[in-house]
Structure formats: C-alpha cells, structure tokens
Design a protein around this ligand. Structure first.
Ligand SMILES: Cc1cc2nc3c(=O)[nH]c(=O)nc-3n(C[C@H](O)[C@H](O)[C@H](O)COP(=O)(O)O)c2cc1C
Length: 392
C-alpha cells in the first residue's frame, strides 16, 4: 500500500527505527538554552516542527561538554541533571509521530563567543558578565578561528581522551533522554572538521599530517560513540563535504572518510559543506536550490552509504526528485521549515496525496500518554474537589 505513495512519504527504516516519511528537520541552533538544557522555547520550536509532520526531528547541535559550546546559550548534554528537560522535548516529539534525534558536537576553537545577534564576538574583557567569563577553547592546533579570536589551546593526548570520553557520556545520556537517533556533527568548522582540514590542523603527531592522520580523531569519535550508542539505533554523521568552493578538504576526502565511517558502524552521511574560517578567504559553495545534493549523490554512489541531502530544498517536487533520482535517501530542511512548519502537509498535497492531512498526524497512543502523564497529574492537583451533594 505504502509503495504507491510518493517516495518522500514512504517510511524509512534504519536499524531499529522507522520514520513515517523521509522529511528531516535539520538541526537549527536556537541560543535559548539554560546551562545547556532546553527551555519552553524549545518545546514550542520543536513542537511546531514535529507537529508539522516531518518523519525525523533533530534538535540543534548539542555540546558534549560545557566548553564545547559556542555561547553560554548553546544546547549541551553532559550531565544527568539535564535529562528531565530533554525528556520533555523527546516525549513531545515522539507523541507527534516524529523520531526525536540529537546532533552531538563540540565547537572547538569556535567556542567562547557571543551569539549571532552580537556578531559572534569573542567573550572578553568589557563584554561579559561576571558569571559568564570567557573560557579557553580547544583546537587541534593553536590557530584562532578568526584574527579577532584568542588563541585556542592545542589539544594534547589527555585532552583528546577527555573529549572522546565526553562524546561517549553524551551518547549514553542521549539514550536516557529519549533520543532515538544520534548524529555526530563533523562539519561546519567545528572541532572534528578542524581536525580534518589542513587549514586548521597543523599537527605533527599522529592526529595530523596526511589524510589518515587528520581523519584519526574523527574516526575515534565514531568508534567511541558507536560503542556507547545501542546497536539497534542508527548513527549518522554530518560532514562538510568540502571546506568551501575550491577548498582544501574536498569531496574525494569525504568519500574516503565516509567509507571509513561506514566500516565503524556509521549508517548515513548528512551532506553539508563549509564552515572552516581562520586564515582563508575561500568562498562558500554558491547557495542555489539543492546546492549540496550533488555531494549527497557522489558520497552515496562512491562510498555505498545512505545519505541525506540538505540545502535550499524548497519545493516538494524538487525534494521528491532528489529521492527518485537516487541522489539521497532522505531530505533535510532548515530555513523553509522555519517559514512553514507545515511544509510536509503542503508537500503531501502537492504530490497528490488526497488525504494529505493524515501524513501529518500519526496517533501514537503510548507516546501520547507518556508525554501527557505529567500534564494529567498537574490537572489532578489543580482540579478542585467535586462538591458532594447534600440533601436539602
Ligand atoms: C538558524 C539556523 C541554525 C542552524 N544550526 C545548525 C546546527 O545546529 N547544526 C548544523 O549542523 N547545522 C545548522 N544549521 C544549518 C542547517 O541545518 C542546514 O544545513 C542549512 O540551513 C541548509 O539548509 P536549508 O537551506 O534548508 O536552510 C543551521 C541553520 C539555520 C538557518
């Protein structure tokens, strides 16, 4: 029955999880967390996206340790104290029929700064509050993200072991927090990408130099997380397939990396690009519709691994074509879903599904009951006692 549906609306299974369709809410940083934990902002933000009908809903990049955030407002999951706040979000996403997914990462040398509204200025004298002091960011080499950033600390073997342990702990906590899918953020100029790219990795030890050396940290992260994350749950990897247009880290390198990741139990490559800054004026890949789908296609074909296409996927027919032409297994959407969280419903209607509203509502009684147990218990507390009838 389901194979008569457009491919975009056919269920997708990976290991023990099945998404009801192939539309993915791409991770989107919100800068609205408190001590790393999600707030009411996230309940509404993720709620409208999950309710809109996407099969998989990613929360934003979530730091595996406090210093792996960019800003004090970034998401993070490094302590069991944070779990109840995440549970609220994952229970809600699941109750709306979407798979709750987490993107785990580490900012590396992009850490210790203000958010987008303050132009990513580094935290420093005169622009911080006493309870939010700057911290020393980590990096493979002592090279700042931009000339305005302070020098990061070049990681030694102990630092590498500490960060690997943080990735493992984050994976265990993510499971306890109710996430069903974990993606490692290996892209956008953050710590893992900093190790991969020769622009930011000038190390002379076994974690630098040739491609194998630069890939070593990334592969150790993959191995570490795969061990900590259950075998019946899928593990994805977001890659910057190229540093930028004419970049040093290129698509051939990504194909080699994808093969190695696959050998270590990574199930899918989410194909993005760019983000390395520092001593480069390399242009970004031009933003045209589907501008990264070609990367997803090449990685899928050359590394024989499932891929997600992301980047200016706007029209339902465009999304369907990416899938039917074999360029990717799923499509992820960020900005278009910010504009229209009901995009999946619109897509279902435009692709000819008569009962298009059913694509956006999949009753999940158990999940719904769990998510609403706390609401019901509150009602019991608030509800005034029934007046007893007394004979007049
Ligand atoms: C507000 C915003 C926040 C983002 N945060 C993240 C993030 O946390 N992790 C990530 O890998 N990409 C992040 N991205 C990139 C998106 O996931 C996506 O790859 C990119 O926006 C291209 O897709 P689009 O053209 O559908 O917006 C963010 C994008 C936006 C617009």
């Amino acid at each position: 029955m389901t194979d008569t549906l457009p491919l975009l609306f056919q269920p997708y299974s990976l290991r023990g999880i099945t998404a009801k369709n192939r539309i993915v809410v791409a991770p989107m940083c919100q800068y609205a967390s408190v001590d790393g934990a999600p707030t009411d902002w996230h309940m509404v933000h993720m709620g409208r996206l999950a309710m809109g009908g996407a099969g998989i809903s990613f929360v934003e990049e979530t730091a595996v340790e406090a210093r792996g955030r960019k800003t004090y407002q970034c998401a993070g999951l490094w302590s069991s104290n944070q779990i109840p706040a995440y549970r609220r979000v994952t229970d809600m996403i699941r109750s709306f029929g979407s798979v709750p997914a987490i993107q785990s990462g580490h900012s590396g040398r992009k850490g210790s700064c203000h958010g987008a509204m303050q132009g990513w200025k580094p935290l420093g004298e005169g622009n911080t509050t006493p309870d939010q002091p700057p911290w020393i960011a980590l990096a493979p080499s002592p090279l700042p993200d931009t000339p305005a950033h302070p020098l990061p600390h070049a990681m030694d073997r102990d630092d590498i072991a500490t960060v690997l342990a943080a990735f493992a702990e984050n994976a265990r906590l993510s499971l306890d927090a109710g996430f069903e899918l974990l993606e490692i953020h290996g892209a956008h100029g953050y710590l893992i990408h900093q190790f991969l790219s020769p622009l930011s990795n000038h190390r002379a030890d076994g974690y630098g130099g040739d491609l194998n050396g630069r890939m070593r940290f990334a592969l150790e992260v993959a191995e570490t997380v795969r061990k900590a994350w259950p075998a019946d749950r899928a593990l994805w990897w977001r890659a910057s397939c190229v540093d930028g247009k004419g970049g040093v880290w290129d698509l051939d390198d990504t194909v080699v990396l994808a093969r190695e990741l696959k050998a270590r139990g990574v199930d899918l490559i989410d194909c993005s690009s760019g983000g390395i800054s520092g001593d480069t004026d390399m242009p970004i890949v031009p933003r045209t519709p589907g501008y990264q789908a070609g990367f997803a296609e090449a990685v899928r074909r050359e590394a024989d691994i499932a891929t997600v296409a992301v980047g200016e996927i706007i029209e339902p027919r465009q999304a369907e074509a990416i899938l039917t032409e074999g360029k990717a297994d799923l499509v992820a959407i960020a900005r278009e879903l910010m504009l229209d969280a009901n995009w999946p419903a619109r897509a279902a209607r435009e692709l000819g599904i008569e009962a298009w509203w059913t694509c956006c509502r999949q009753p999940m009684p158990t999940a719904w009951n769990n998510a609403n147990a706390s609401a019901r218990s509150m009602l019991n507390v608030i509800k005034p006692p029934r007046p007893t009838m007394t004979a007049m």
